[in-house]
Design a protein around this ligand. Structure first.
Ligand code: GDD
Length: 328
């Protein structure tokens, strides 16, 4: 009998962790993950409550013993390190916690992995935020684009990216970076801009809210769907050789364009409702992201299944369903 593969996921209760767990379970994997202790358990697990078959334990990237114990008992074939303080603006409010978790936390994971199960393959959630203000002459960011991060979050992710490459070369470990551009879904936290806009626009359309306050509307982002991006993570770990891959759609839009699409879908004009609040403006902003994902498309055959419009429509439907039920 063929043994099921085993995948261990940190950040399993997050947007990507939940899609990845579902996807791997559908492929026949055994899936385990760690969640941090939280006084309100349902806040922590609402994305994975309905998914059957996940083995969960308490753990934290900053608690080495918890990681080592979890790896020792589960003995994974694949490790996906998705846990992080993932909000860029909030990284200015809690820069030290962000650095401990996103930088030192990756090192803790690598050390535990190296000692406990070095034959496993390791995926690190690296980010397009690492590119910061760098853009190649043709208007794209790719694997070779210099990294000049412009936020505490971006700086921590550069450390994670580099230490993963260092452990690959120094210890001959199968460590990999997925450099993921923004990716969204109905499960996205509603303090990230896409879901904040969709949720508020739906509430406005139903008479439940009057206005929406945003920060910089002239930033450009390359927005894909989390489901497509977790498939890329899995694909990266199926290769014989480790590597680093940009995962992106290759299309870019401003926050303003995104607002226009969402509000007009709901037959509203965003200009009547959206105002700017300096509170949401970042001390330093990353103005423009557009990723060139030719490497993963050509070498690994990765493809998108969602368009931008299909993804935003799914998010609109999600919130409409929730608030219409609440109204009834
Ligand atoms: N969150 C938020 N809230 N962003 C706003 C707002 C607002 O009210 N108004 C404008 N924005 C702008 C931000 O300034 C930024 O330029 C853009 O919307 C996107 O912000 P987020 O959705 O918060 O995402 P992000 O680009 O900062 O970071 C996300 O993508 C990275 C990959 O590039 C996160 O998922 C990171 O964890 C990820 O690494």
């Amino acid at each position: 009998m063929v043994k099921n593969k085993k995948a261990f996921i940190t950040g399993i209760a997050g947007q990507d962790g939940s899609y990845l767990a579902e996807y791997l379970l559908s492929l026949g994997y055994e899936v385990a993950g760690i969640v941090r202790r939280n006084s309100t358990v349902e806040h922590q697990r609402n994305r994975i409550d309905e998914i059957e078959g996940i083995e969960l334990s308490y753990g934290d990237l900053l608690d080495q013993s918890s990681i080592e114990n979890a790896l020792l008992s589960f003995q994974p074939d694949e490790i996906y390190n998705l846990a992080a303080q993932s909000h860029v603006r909030i990284s200015y409010d809690i820069p030290q916690f962000t650095t401990q978790t996103n930088a030192l936390g990756v090192l803790n994971m690598l050390e535990a992995y190296r000692r406990v199960c070095p034959k496993a393959k390791f995926y690190q959630a690296s980010s397009s935020e690492m590119f910061g203000s760098s853009v190649d002459e043709d208007g794209y960011q790719r694997e070779t684009t210099p990294m000049t991060p412009v936020s505490p979050y971006g700086c921590t992710k550069v450390f994670g990216y580099n230490i993963v490459r260092n452990y690959r070369n120094a210890y001959k470990l199968h460590t990999n970076n997925g450099i993921l551009f923004n990716h969204e879904s109905p499960r996205r936290g509603s303090n990230f801009v896409t879901n904040k806009v969709v949720k508020s626009a739906v509430m406005i359309s139903l008479g439940l809210q009057d206005k929406l306050e945003l920060g910089n509307m002239d930033a450009y982002r390359d927005w894909g769907h989390s489901y497509d991006y977790v498939r890329a993570m899995h694909l990266i770990l199926q290769q014989d050789k480790p590597g680093d891959y940009v995962v992106a759609t290759g299309e870019t839009r401003s926050v303003r364009d995104m607002c226009e699409y969402v509000f007009s879908k709901l037959k509203l004009d965003y200009r009547d409702y959206v105002t700017q609040n300096p509170k949401f403006i970042r001390p330093e902003e990353l103005p423009y992201l557009k990723g060139d994902s030719s490497k993963i498309r050509k070498e690994l055959g990765w493809e998108l299944t969602y368009t931008f419009e299909g993804m935003m429509d799914e998010m609109i439907e999600h919130w409409l369903e929730i608030f219409k039920k609440e109204k009834v």
